[in-house]
Design a protein. Structure first.
Length: 458
């Protein structure tokens, strides 16, 4: 039995232990967006650092970020002069679990039901991080690592990696590598291994609207005072036209058109509009006229309302005319848009459209750049071969609608191209109640990572 076969057999024999270790870290509610959980985020960072130590990694650090941000966990294993260095990216923070009443079991009480593991962070992305840990352990138990390894595990991906850019600028040399393995993407289906080569950027903002100095009685003042909730929703309604296009001034000026080859690639993807209808449960799809849904979600920019808050939302009735209203808005960005420019476009929209009956403010919360990967880099080729071996089919290539700020930052600051993969499935309820991971796919992903490391080493 050669080293590759030994490593694959080791991974198979240790599946139960690997799952138990994943359950340990899933029990830590490392919610990065809520300061109440800062201690838990730190505990998750310490768990990751301790596990890297168990793996045999060296030079392990829990590195602080600016302004008291959540730390970055580093570790390395540089033992093979002349061999490629693979930087493994991951994040140990998770989304909030709300609404809690929709979870069938506790979000931080992992439970296996059939082939699925339910818990917040199981798919996004503690399960993916531990798949890389387990693959490396399996390879090391079979012999020497065929590549050099570095780890960069952050605690702020779910809040836009807001301190990562300044952190990487200070430590660019430390994180240089031949390629970054980033398993924070996903697959298009159980039997559809996928390599993602493009990610949209993000501009996330809040719009605040104020009217009267305090909440008013709607019977006494309704009809004479412009309700801030109404004013805000009227403005939001104007942010798209009848063709589904965003109406912010200049929004499409720098948008890179999809090439003919790109449109052909989108048309070949198996997840068609029928699939989107079935997965989402909506009665009909919606979006920018002239594009199929895969193009709308992968290569066209969007504007979405992520949340609205105003007035009385408790049980029963309260006839109030609210003093203020707020909306959270995110724009997914494509080449060659810039998040700061888009925020300015929103301000220009408000200047042109907001009535004189209200006061308003646009507040930027976070942003991240778009990323397009080089499909000819050695890591993509090594992963293509690994996935084809494990799944017995050629992987699909796609541009994904989500944002992973680290991909563009590593590319721009450290000169490191990323291989974007993962075992997450569209049905995993990522960011929603009852998030889960398909365990058979998780095991296949580990096997693919084992093949990947040997492919890179050869």
């Amino acid at each position: 039995m050669n080293n590759l076969q030994t490593a694959l057999e080791y991974a198979k024999q240790n599946r139960e232990r690997f799952l138990n270790e994943l359950n340990e870290v899933l029990r830590i509610p490392s919610i990065s967006t809520d300061a109440e959980y800062n201690g838990e985020v730190q505990r998750a960072a310490e768990w990751m650092a301790n596990h890297l130590k168990k793996l045999g990694m060296e030079n392990i650090e829990i590195m602080p970020t600016d302004h008291g941000g959540h730390p970055v966990v580093y570790g390395d294993y540089i033992k093979k002069p002349g061999a490629p260095t693979v930087l493994i990216y991951g994040h140990y923070d998770v989304q909030p679990a709300d609404p809690l009443e929709l979870w069938e079991t506790g979000p931080f009480e992992p439970q296996v039901r059939g082939d699925l593991l339910f818990a917040r962070g199981s798919s996004d992305m503690k399960g993916q991080v531990l798949a890389t840990f387990n693959a490396i352990e399996s390879v090391m138990k079979a012999g020497e690592l065929p590549v050099n390894i570095k780890f960069m595990l952050e605690g702020e991906e779910e809040i836009g990696s807001k301190h990562l850019e300044s952190f990487l600028k200070k430590h660019a040399e430390k994180f240089k590598a031949d390629v970054s393995l980033n398993p924070d993407a996903g697959m298009m289906g159980i039997d559809m291994p996928t390599i993602t080569y493009g990610l949209r950027g993000l501009a996330y903002m809040e719009i605040h609207v104020w009217g009267p100095k305090a909440d008013l009685h709607s019977g006494l003042y309704g009809g004479a005072i412009h309700n801030p909730a109404q004013a805000l929703t009227e403005l939001i309604a104007k942010m798209h036209d009848e063709k589904g296009r965003v109406t912010l001034p200049g929004f499409y000026d720098s948008v890179r058109a999809i090439s003919e080859q790109g449109r052909a690639d989108f048309a070949r993807l198996p997840n068609d509009e029928k699939h989107d209808l079935e997965e989402s449960g909506v009665p009909a799809l919606w979006g920018e006229e002239g594009y199929i849904s895969a193009e709308r979600t992968g290569a066209r920019p969007t504007l979405e309302v992520n949340g609205l808050r105003s007035g009385w939302t408790g049980p029963g009735s309260k006839t109030v005319l609210p003093a203020k209203a707020m909306a959270k808005i995110s724009c997914r960005l494509v080449p060659d848009q810039n998040d700061d420019v888009v925020v300015e476009q929103m301000k220009r929209f408000m200047e042109a459209n907001a009535p004189n009956t209200i006061r308003w403010e646009v507040k930027k919360l976070t942003g991240s750049p778009f990323a397009i990967a080089d499909l000819n880099n050695s890591g993509v080729k090594a992963m293509h071969a690994a996935m084809e071996t494990v799944w017995g089919t050629r992987p699909f290539y796609r541009r994904e609608g989500g944002s992973i700020g680290a991909v563009a930052m590593l590319q721009q600051i450290c000169g490191v191209e990323s291989v974007l993969v993962g075992m997450g499935l569209p049905s995993d309820n990522v960011h929603s109640p009852n998030e889960h991971m398909h365990l058979p796919t998780w095991h296949k992903g580990m096997d693919a990572f084992i093949h990947f490391f040997y492919n890179m080493g050869s």
